[in-house]
Design a protein around this ligand. Structure first.
Ligand code: CTP
Length: 409
């Protein structure tokens, strides 16, 4: 699941840096919504913030009572983290006293989500007893702070503590806050290590060409995210995909099946291993060192292929260090269940998640999946549902199995 950040930009000269902060947060895979205070609009425009966040920008200009609008309550709740940057002396004072006379302060009072403030103000304002008091109060209320830093101020000749932290530092702290999940202590997979493979592999023909398949990695990435949300430590070994890295997951990016196998072996031991990657079955026997060229009059080249190692089969056959629960996928285009059952025993997997990937189903690359869970006990067919939901259910089943079998790695 993508993390959502609500960025409240206050009215200070540092507001221009918050435009860069939008970029930095989006680079880390966050969806960013922006609220501009009235004073902030003296420094940056809603147009600029909207272009960078790729979303509409919220200002006091919209009518909070209009049902068609997103109200301040929804803005406050439909997010995973609120960042106030720059947090001016005025905004901090309003937050500390619980005022709610504009959109930004109303959102801050209505939220139950973590809040990170990046103060920026004149050093004398920062050291003033009133601001000190407000900051102490806000810290006691659970607000996280980053900065301000020492340095030259916008006003000529002024130096001291008051500069807003750099966007990259704010984004790093935001990432930390977003990944400090309470579930890692209390979730059903707390203390467990889950290993997931995802995406296709690319098998090179020559330096510019490769053999690939249509896997998007959406299902594997969703499983990694669901395992992290359930409190597990997650290692995701991913082939080349265009997806954002799931939050709270250690990701190892690979290209080929051989690299994927090495990364998986390096990540063991694990309690649960889920092989959702569409690993290429074959690679080119001899990769050309230089780009293959057409030569006039000669026939098209023939590619000699050789079989790739079967990662799932290799890991499931391991002893010791076999993960307690090994789950494979079976991507089929016909006789789905028969093939899946055969794969389960042939590869010594505990469970196989079987799905029909015929082009008509739209599974490859799509957001929906219709799967059957094949175990030693039989087959359970799940209704068509989003890949996120399939991931959540699979992790729930796996956590239940693990709890019942109580095996430690
Ligand atoms: N798999 C793997 N390593 C391979 C091939 C497949 O780990 N070299 C895993 C996949 O991640 C998946 C399962 O094996 O969990 C089944 O993959 P699939 O492509 O459906 O099956 P194949 O073994 O490749 O069989 P076929 O292509 O003949 O259907």
């Amino acid at each position: 699941m993508t993390q959502r950040v609500l960025l409240i930009i206050g009215g200070g000269i540092a507001a221009y840096k918050s435009l860069d902060l939008i970029r930095r947060l989006r680079e880390r895979g966050a969806n960013v919504r922006v609220v501009l205070t009235r004073a902030a609009q003296e420094f940056v425009t809603p147009l600029a913030a909207g272009a960078l966040s790729n979303d509409r920008v919220f200002t006091d200009l919209f009518d909070l009572d209009d049902e068609r609008e997103i109200g301040h309550i929804r803005l406050a709740r439909d997010t995973d983290l609120i960042i106030v940057a720059p947090a001016t002396a005025d905004l901090l004072a309003k937050m500390a006293t619980g005022q709610a006379n504009d959109l930004a302060t109303a959102v801050l009072l209505a939220t139950d989500k973590p809040v990170l403030a990046a103060p920026a103000m004149n050093p004398r304002m920062w050291s003033h007893p009133a601001t000190r008091r407000n900051v102490r109060q806000l810290e006691a209320d659970g607000i996280a702070f980053i900065g301000p830093k020492a340095g030259e101020m916008a006003e000529r000749g002024e130096a001291g503590i008051g500069r807003m932290a750099e966007p990259i530092e704010i984004a790093d702290t935001a990432t930390q806050l977003l990944t400090e999940r309470p579930s890692s202590k209390t979730g059903p997979l707390a203390g467990r290590h889950v290993l997931v493979t995802s995406g296709p592999t690319h098998e090179p023909i020559d330096p510019v060409r490769y053999i690939a398949n249509r896997s998007s990695g959406k299902q594997g990435h969703a499983i990694a995210a669901a395992a992290a949300a359930a409190g597990a430590r997650v290692t995701l070994v991913s082939g080349p995909v265009t997806l954002a890295d799931p939050p709270g997951v250690a990701i190892i990016k690979v290209q080929t099946a051989a690299e994927m196998l090495a990364a998986v072996e390096g990540a063991l031991p694990a309690d649960i291993a889920i092989f959702a990657a569409a690993v290429a079955d074959w690679r080119v026997a001899t990769t050309a060192g230089q780009k293959l060229k057409k030569t006039k009059g000669s026939a098209a080249p023939t590619l000699a292929l050789t079989e790739n190692p079967d990662i799932l089969k290799g890991i499931a056959a391991r002893s010791p260090r076999r993960p307690a629960l090994v789950i494979g996928f079976a991507a089929e285009t016909e006789s789905v269940l028969a093939h899946a059952q055969k794969k389960r025993t042939a590869k010594s997997a505990d469970w196989i998640v079987a799905n029909d990937v015929s082009p008509a189903t739209g599974t490859f690359g799509g957001d929906w999946n219709t799967v059957h869970l094949v175990t030693a006990e039989g087959v359970t067919s799940w209704p068509p549902q989003s890949k996120d939901e399939v991931a959540r259910l699979l992790i729930e089943e796996a956590a239940g199995w693990l709890a019942a079998h109580q095996t430690e790695v």
